[in-house]
Every structure is written in structure tokens, then in C-alpha cells.
Write a protein that binds this ligand. Structure first.
Ligand code: S3P
Length: 448
């Protein structure tokens, strides 16, 4: 879990980045692989699992509820307890920094006759949980959360599950794969059909993997373009062998690094390019980025490719709000690309960024301004005037960027540091361990 001791780190201007690398496993797919394996009857094997703190928090919680999870060489083995077979955890579940672990596991527990208390770090404790409490309560779970002065329901919270739960038909009021997945996981142990109407498409790893495990799940699109996801409950899941591809959200930092540092050319092998995740690559190509996808293939139902990236002079664009769900975690690093592009980049429709691991609009605006970037911070997005490839400069001395327990803020500024006149420091590199262990070493290796 993320400790309270800050670990500052410095990132210096860099020569060209070169080399062929891979990035750790996809965080979203890793959580789901562990959870569905724990619900299957028998032994699943997972390779390429992200061994970041967020995913390890999910593994620990599943162990506390009776699943046996071990690792031999590079393969994780999960002995599932079967849908309905979760046991009462003995202690509070510590979710660390991980919103995904919290929301998905709340769904899982909601339809089991067990209860669990969720706790987390200072960042997670501020994040809104009402979005999952509402549908899970409709299904019959009893959830009590800490209510904040501004009427948010937050951790610590306790979920008292119910069995049998009631199937619901639920229209997602926020575009959130976490909310969708929480309801689907609750639906697995609920008699009848649980139906979700998703007006705005979000990452679809849960649907794909549920099919792979043999669940009865269908996805249709209605006349208005909404997806209708129907899951038949009391499912029996078959154990699987899962290969987790590299995380496009982690690759994103290195793709932008190669685009902005002159002379760079890198290859990132085995990266997931699911269209519900790949919005950033589209936008960077529209900005003039030389990004090519080679050896396209499908692994476990997920599209994968090797990504070839070369330094490019980027040009600012208007980023349409409709693309946000497919790059929701990538805006911090897009803002760095925009700060180095020629001209203006405009983003909007990004209220959700204010409730991620930090308020990402506020943290990015603050840090970029320290680096001398001209920008306008609106309520729902940033408008950034790029330097046209010129090195960024702060005031006097080395700017110290505040990362607010947010791994993606830390990594975004680490990459920005490569294109500064005299480097920068971030106040805390530790949060990077939640999603991208080895990040700083990998950047150094590419620059060497
Ligand atoms: C995730 C969904 C996204 C994303 C998060 C991981 C998931 O959150 O920001 O990092 O694995 O389902 P929302 O679905 O809440 O937007």
C-alpha cells in the first residue's frame, strides 16, 4: 500500500529515446482476471498480470474472501470458489489508492451474504462512491458510507450483501466502466437477468472477459445508439488461461515521450489497443504524431499490437468531448503533449477528471503553469498554448511539482521533465507503484 513517506524524484532534459520495450500488464484487465478467476470453479492461470499495488490490493481482498492465489515463475494461479462461494473477510479490506478495486469488489460483495468494510489512502477516501452505492442498493445491498459536508458518500464504507439480490435494469448516469462492472459482478450471483443500459460506450473488458469465462451475457445496441448489456445470473464460470496484454494507459507516457523528445524512435511491444481505450493514440495521430501499429493480433478477445513511435512536430487540436471515455486516464499526458505542440489544444467535457485519484484538471494546470506553460483552466477542461517544441522553463530554480497521490500526475510530469531546460522534481514518485512498477528505470533505459 502507498506509504505516507514522500519520495521525491528528479527528471532531467533528455537526449533521444531509443529501444524496444514492453510495459506492465493492463491494470483494468488484471483486476478483472483475478476477480473472475476467483469466481470460477477450479484453477485459472494468468500470465502478464500487472503486479502493481492496485491489482495486489484486489488479490489480497479476494484471498481474504477465500480464494487461493499464488504465483510460480511468471504465472499466477487462482483457485476459484465459484459464484456465490465468497467467505466473510475477517478484517477491513484495505484498497490503498485503488478506486477500481473498491468499486468492483463492492459489486461482488453486494450479492453475497457477507459484509465488508472498505478503507483506503487519503486520495481514495475522498473519491465519490454514491455512483455504485445507488445501483447496488437497488439490488438490495445495505451500504453505509461516510457522508461528507458536500454530500458525497465516501470511504470508509461497509457493504452488507444480500442473497438472493434483486436483478435490476439500470441506465448508467455517468460514463463509468467501474459502475458498469460493479453491477455486472453483482448480477453474477443474482437470479434472473441484470440489464445495464450504457448510453456512452466505456471500456468493455468486463463484457469480453465474462463471455470468455462462459457467462450468459449479450450486448445489443438500441435505436438511440445505447448499448444494452444483459447478464443471466447464478452463472457457473469455467476456469481460464488468461494472457494480460501491456497497458495502453502505461504505454501512453512513453508514446508521448518519444513524440516530444527530438530524434526519438521507440517500439513498445504487446500493447492492448482496444478501441474503448485507444482514444489518445487517435488524437496524437491527428496532432501529427507518427504512431504505427504493427503485428496486430487478438489475445484473449482483446486487440493487441506493437506500437512504433517516432518524434514528430505536433500541432494543437480541438479534442472532442465524445472521445473522452476512450482516453479518460490519458488526459494528463495529453496535456503534456499539448504543452509541447505548436498552437492551441482545447479540451472540454472532462468533469470526471476532477474525481480521479486527484483533481487532475487542477493538478495538471498548476504543474504546467509552474513550467511556464500558458493555459486557461475551465471548469470542464484545459486550453493549452503549446511551446511549438521549445523546451519548457519554470521560474528560477528547479520547479517542484505536487503529485497529490496520483500516479498519472507523477508520470506525466516525469515525461514533461525530459523537455525542460533544467529539469524538474516531483514531490513523490511512490504512487507510480500502483500501476507502473519500474517506470523511472524504463525511462532511463530509453534515454541511455
Ligand atoms: C477503470 C475505469 C475508469 C478508469 C480507471 C479504471 C476500470 O474509471 O479511470 O482507471 O478498470 O474499469 P471510470 O469507469 O470510473 O471512468
Amino acid at each position: 500500500m502507498t506509504s505516507n513517506t514522500f519520495q521525491p524524484a528528479t527528471f532531467k532534459p533528455s537526449g533521444p529515446l531509443a529501444g524496444t520495450i514492453s510495459v506492465p500488464g493492463d491494470k483494468s484487465i488484471s483486476h478483472r482476471a483475478l476477480i473472475l478467476s476467483a469466481l470460477a470453479v477450479g484453477k485459472s492461470r494468468i500470465s502478464g498480470l500487472l503486479e502493481g499495488e492496485d491489482v495486489l490490493a484486489t488479490a489480497d481482498a479476494l484471498r481474504a474472501m477465500g480464494a487461493r492465489i499464488d504465483k510460480t515463475d511468471d504465472v499466477w494461479t487462482v483457485h476459484g470458489v465459484g459464484v456465490g462461494g465468497l467467505m466473510q473477510p475477517g478484517n477491513a479490506l484495505d484498497m490503498g489508492n485503488s478506486g477500481t478495486s473498491t468499486r468492483l469488489l463492492m459489486g461482488l460483495i453486494a450479492s453475497h451474504e457477507i459484509s465488508a468494510t472498505f478503507i483506503g489512502d487519503a486520495s481514495l477516501t475522498k473519491r465519490p462512491m454514491g455512483r455504485v452505492i445507488e445501483p447496488l442498493s437497488q439490488m438490495g445491498a445495505d451500504i453505509s458510507a461516510r457522508e461528507t459536508a458536500d454530500h458525497k458518500s465516501c470511504l470508509p464504507l461497509t457493504v452488507r450483501g444480500i442473497c438472493p439480490a434483486m436483478p435490476i435494469e439500470y441506465r448508467l448516469p455517468v460514463a463509468s466502466a467501474q459502475v458498469k462492472s460493479a453491477i455486472l459482478l453483482a448480477g453474477l450471483n443474482t437470479p434472473g437477468i441484470t440489464r445495464i443500459i450504457e448510453p456512452v460506450l466505456t471500456r468493455d473488458h468486463s463484457e469480453t472477459m465474462l463471455k470468455g469465462f462462459g457467462a450468459d451475457i449479450t450486448v445489443e445496441t438500441d435505436a438511440a445508439g445505447s448499448r444494452i448489456i444483459s447478464l443471466t445470473g447464478e452463472a457457473e464460470l469455467q476456469p481460464q488461461k488468461i494472457k494480460v496484454p501491456g497497458d495502453p494507459s502505461s504505454a501512453a507516457f512513453l508514446v508521448v515521450a518519444a513524440l516530444i523528445v527530438p530524434g526519438s524512435g521507440i517500439i513498445i511491444e504487446n500493447v492492448g489497443i482496444n478501441p474503448t481505450r485507444a482514444g489518445l493514440f487517435d488524437i496524437l495521430q491527428q496532432m501529427g504524431g507518427d504512431i504505427q501499429f504493427q503485428k496486430k493480433r487478438t489475445v484473449g478477445g482483446e486487440p493487441v499490437a506493437d506500437i512504433h513511435v517516432r518524434h514528430s512536430q505536433l500541432t494543437g487540436i480541438n479534442v472532442p468531448a465524445t472521445i473522452a471515455p476512450s482516453m479518460i486516464d490519458e488526459f494528463p499526458i495529453l496535456f503534456v503533449a499539448a504543452a509541447l505542440a505548436g498552437g492551441t489544444t482545447t479540451t472540454r467535457g472532462l468533469h470526471e477528471l476532477r474525481v480521479k485519484e486527484s483533481d487532475r484538471l487542477a493538478q495538471m494546470a498548476k504543474g504546467l503553469e509552474l513550467l511556464g506553460v500558458k493555459l486557461t483552466a475551465n471548469d470542464d477542461g484545459l486550453v493549452i498554448e503549446g511551446s511549438g517544441g521549445k523546451l519548457l522553463t519554470g521560474g528560477r530554480g528547479k520547479p517542484v511539482i505536487e503529485t497529490a497521490l496520483d500516479h498519472r500526475i507523477a508520470m506525466s510530469f516525469a515525461i514533461a521533465g525530459l523537455m525542460t531546460k533544467s529539469g524538474l522534481s516531483i514531490d513523490d514518485i511512490r504512487p507510480v507503484e500502483t500501476s507502473f512498477p519500474g517506470f523511472a528505470d524504463l525511462v532511463k533505459r530509453l534515454a541511455a
